[in-house]
Every structure is written in C-alpha cells, then in structure tokens.
Design a protein around this ligand. Structure first.
Ligand SMILES: [Fe+2]
Length: 152
C-alpha cells in the first residue's frame, strides 16, 4: 500500500464530509413548508453524521502518519426547494462515495483499513439509497398501484 496515496484519497473524502456537514446544516436551517419538521431534523442529523465521518477518517489519517485536511471539498449548494436540496445532497453523497471507493482500491493489503472502509461504504450506500427513495428515483414493478390483501 502506498500510504501517501491512501492519505490523499482519505483526505479527499474528509474534505467532502466537511462540505456535507455544512450543506446539510444549511438545508436544515432553510427547510420550510409543511415538511419542515421532518426534513429539518433529517438534514441536521445527516450534518452530524458527516461531521462524525470526517473525524473518524481524520483520526485514521493521523494514525497513518498524515495530516487531516481542514479544507471544504465542494462548493456548498443551497436552495429553498426541498427536492432541490435533496438532489444537491445526493450529489455530494455520491462524490464522497467515489472518494471512499478510491481509497478502498488503494488500501488493498491493509486489512484493517479495507475492513473499516467496507463497513463505512455500506453505510454511505444506505444514505444514498435513502435519498434516492426520498426523490422517488427508484422504479419498481414489484408493487401494483392497487393491492388487494386476501383475508385468510
Ligand atoms: Fe459520510
């Protein structure tokens, strides 16, 4: 494993988590309308999660002998429209996923780091799927619009 390259890849993910932390928090503050309560709490909890992810991998970077970045890895996007906010957040989550996958590729023979990243990638994927479901981007033919449940 090239430690330098791994640290750079992890720092890219950390910088994107910093951006996600700020963007989600801004969306929590700006959410308005009938769904404000639901989405404001959702965005705030995602902001905290992004902060924790940045700290978790920042600590790993220090353990590898590197310096965790304090950069913000993307332009913060904001909107007053909930759907637009969700699309902006999905974009950031997908960018972070790419950074984690890149780090995973580079970490090949470091079992602990590979395992850490695989666990983390699984969680990030769930966040992406949740956003896709909120945006109704998942098409399924499995559920008919009308379902009759049989009484047994
Ligand atoms: Fe994350």
């Amino acid at each position: 494993m090239d430690t330098r390259q791994v640290i750079d890849a992890l720092n890219k993910a950390v910088a994107l988590e910093h951006a996600a932390c700020i963007q989600y928090k801004q969306h929590a503050l700006l959410a308005r309308g009938l769904w404000r309560k639901v989405y404001s709490e959702f965005f705030m909890s995602e902001s905290r999660a992004a902060q924790e992810h940045a700290a978790k991998f920042g600590q790993k970077i220090v353990a590898l002998g590197g310096m965790p970045t304090v950069e913000v890895g993307a332009t913060i996007r904001q909107s007053l429209d909930l759907e637009e906010m969700l699309r902006q957040d999905l974009g950031l989550e997908r960018a972070a996923m790419q950074a984690y996958l890149e780090a995973h590729k580079l970490a090949a023979d470091d079992v602990a780091l590979t395992n850490m990243l695989e666990d983390h990638i699984e969680g990030e994927q769930r966040d992406i799927e949740e956003l896709e479901l909120c945006l109704d981007m998942v098409a399924t033919g499995a559920v008919a619009p009308e379902v009759n449940l049989r009484v047994v």
